[in-house]
Ligand binder design. Structure first.
Ligand code: PXP
Length: 256
């Protein structure tokens, strides 16, 4: 049985989409100031911490489509849990991470050539480059994780890089919503990959597309250390927060 003993799985909350919403209105002035430029992803991160999140994940993409450098600097100063910086393998971003010193980084593909067939980082195809980055992170005391497909060759390659951790890409499983056979096949791949990773002394995290409906199935993956979840938690926050937000505006309209 996979769930033989109870485990405490950490929750990393990805706040990127709080910044996506901000950028939709304030692309020209992305600096959050005085609560006017809203929503503030750092404020959201602090509330997630208050609610018990074990860490906060943010991805400063090269195209800066959501999180900005200033957000990351403010997160670094404000968080009381852990900052996990999702990042590309681009040298300028690697140098930024080494200066910033987040608690951990998760290397993700951004350029077409870095993407494996299914969407994770193609570690097997760029072993030297990724080993180099993993080594520099280790020397700086930063835990490096590699976002990979649950494919045997990628898990094996990840272990060769010296990175201590992998994040298994759960997107193919999540996308197989209407195909139970595919879904079960993807879950089996994830379970096998987790077992292989642990045998190679890798810590196993998972993320992408995990939501309130599929998380129970995700828990059948053995050896999970941490789940990184963004879109569904922020969507749920909007859903549950719409009532109070409307009440507050109505109270202002009515001078209450
Ligand atoms: N983990 C990684 C490496 C990601 O790239 C993402 C998406 O940015 C997530 C986790 C979170 O995915 P989601 O927003 O679908 O929960």
């Amino acid at each position: 049985m996979h769930n033989a003993k109870p485990r405490r799985i950490s929750l990393g909350v990805n706040i990127d989409h709080a910044a996506t919403l901000r950028q939709a209105r304030y692309r020209e002035m992305p600096e959050t100031c005085g609560g006017i430029i809203e929503p503030d992803p750092v404020h959201i991160a602090l509330l997630a911490e208050d609610a018990g999140a074990d860490g906060i994940t943010a991805h400063m993409r090269e195209d800066l489509r959501h999180i900005q450098e200033r957000d990351i600097l403010r997160l670094r100063e404000s968080l009381r849990t852990r900052l996990n910086l999702e990042m590309s393998c681009e040298e300028s971003i690697v140098a930024f991470a080494l200066r910033l010193r987040p608690d951990s980084v998760c290397l993700v593909p951004e350029k077409r050539a870095e993407v494996s067939t299914e969407g994770g980082l193609d570690v097997a195809g760029q072993l030297g480059r990724i080993s180099g980055i993993a080594g520099r992170m280790r020397d700086a005391g930063i835990t490096a994780s590699l976002f990979i497909d649950p494919a045997p060759e990628q898990v094996a390659a990840a272990a060769k890089t010296g990175a201590p951790c992998v994040e298994l890409h759960t997107g193919a499983f999540a996308n197989a919503r209407r195909d139970p056979a595919r879904r079960e096949a993807e879950l089996s791949r994830l379970r096998r990959a987790a077992g292989q990773a642990v045998n190679l002394d890798l810590t196993v995290n998972a993320g992408h597309g995990i939501n309130y409906h599929n998380v129970r199935e995700i828990l059948s993956i053995p050896h999970l250390n941490e789940l990184n979840i963004g879109h569904s938690i922020l969507s749920r926050a909007l859903l549950h927060g719409i009532g109070p937000a409307v009440h507050e505006m109505l109270a202002l309209l009515r001078g209450e």
